[in-house]
Write a protein that binds this ligand. Structure first.
Ligand SMILES: Nc1nc2c(ncn2[C@@H]2O[C@H](COP(=O)(O)OP(=O)(O)OP(=O)(O)O)[C@@H](O)[C@H]2O)c(=O)[nH]1
Ligand SMILES: [Mg+2]
Ligand SMILES: [Zn+2]
Length: 223
């Protein structure tokens, strides 16, 4: 993978947290890159000690049908056992925004002492504490710590090319009314129909629309 720059991993653990505010576009982009490279993604919601009881389920719901998901706290140790089991015998890579707790999770899982950083008080953003990629031995597996993404990282997929990342849409789009259908707001869209008929994964389609809108907005702002 190019970002993070890693190879030969068994799974990419995409870490999100209630703070900093999750960048779901970044998450989706990582999922698409995994798909592209044949890497299994999993979603880890960290800092559940900072959430209400209902929040973890709500945040992970769009993903749990397709991927392994974990709700954990590196701080309290809550929920770490299933994650430990998942990592057993694997080389996994932690990725995600700065300050979601990637290094903290590796510390919690392996009793290591990686440097962890604070969030800046004013803007609640990470400070990019981890500056290099390194593999750590956990008791039963290995984990790669990576540098966090910051909100400034631009999304480099052009919105009208996004659809090519969703291979399974291709089978339907020739039947859309408009040849340049984006499968978002157009009438008589065969992709939308396939979602309604249960032929395409609805959660994945919803994330496509969300990412499409976000990419379009950034694109229009930029040009
Ligand atoms: N409340 C709470 N805070 C946590 C938890 N895990 C990590 N933190 C805090 O979140 C902050 C960032 O943790 P790091 O482990 O440095 O985050 P990171 O993802 O490695 O960040 P970068 O290296 O910058 O990409 C630190 O202040 C941690 O103490 C958790 O489970 N609960
Ligand atoms: Mg770190
Ligand atoms: Zn369409």
């Amino acid at each position: 993978m190019i970002r993070p720059y890693v190879a030969n991993i068994d799974a990419l653990l995409i870490v999100v947290a209630p703070v900093p505010k999750p960048d779901w576009v970044c998450v989706e982009k990582l999922i698409l890159n995994c798909h592209h490279q044949n890497i299994t993604p999993a979603i880890v919601l960290n800092k559940i000690d900072r959430t209400t009881e209902a929040e973890p389920r709500a945040m992970l719901a769009p993903y749990e049908e397709e991927f392994s998901t974990f709700a954990v706290s590196a701080e309290t140790g809550e929920g770490l056992e299933p994650l430990r089991d998942y990592i057993r015998g694997k080389l996994v890579c932690f990725a995600g925004q700065s300050a979601v707790g990637k290094s903290s999770l590796i510390n919690a899982l392996g009793k290591k002492t990686l440097e962890v950083g604070d969030l800046s008080k004013r803007i609640q953003r990470g400070k990019n504490t981890t500056r290099h990629v390194e593999i750590y031995d956990l008791s039963d597996g290995r984990a790669v710590d990576t540098c966090g993404f910051s909100v400034m990282d631009s999304v480099d997929i052009k919105y009208d090319e996004l659809v090519y990342y969703y291979d399974e849409f291709l089978a339907y789009q020739s039947k859309c009314k408009y040849t340049n259908c984006t499968h978002t707001k157009e009438p008589n869209c065969a992709v939308k129909q396939a979602v309604a008929d249960g032929l395409l994964n609805a959660r994945r389609y919803e994330r496509y629309v969300k990412l499409f809108d976000a990419l379009k907005e950034t694109w229009l702002k930029k040009y």
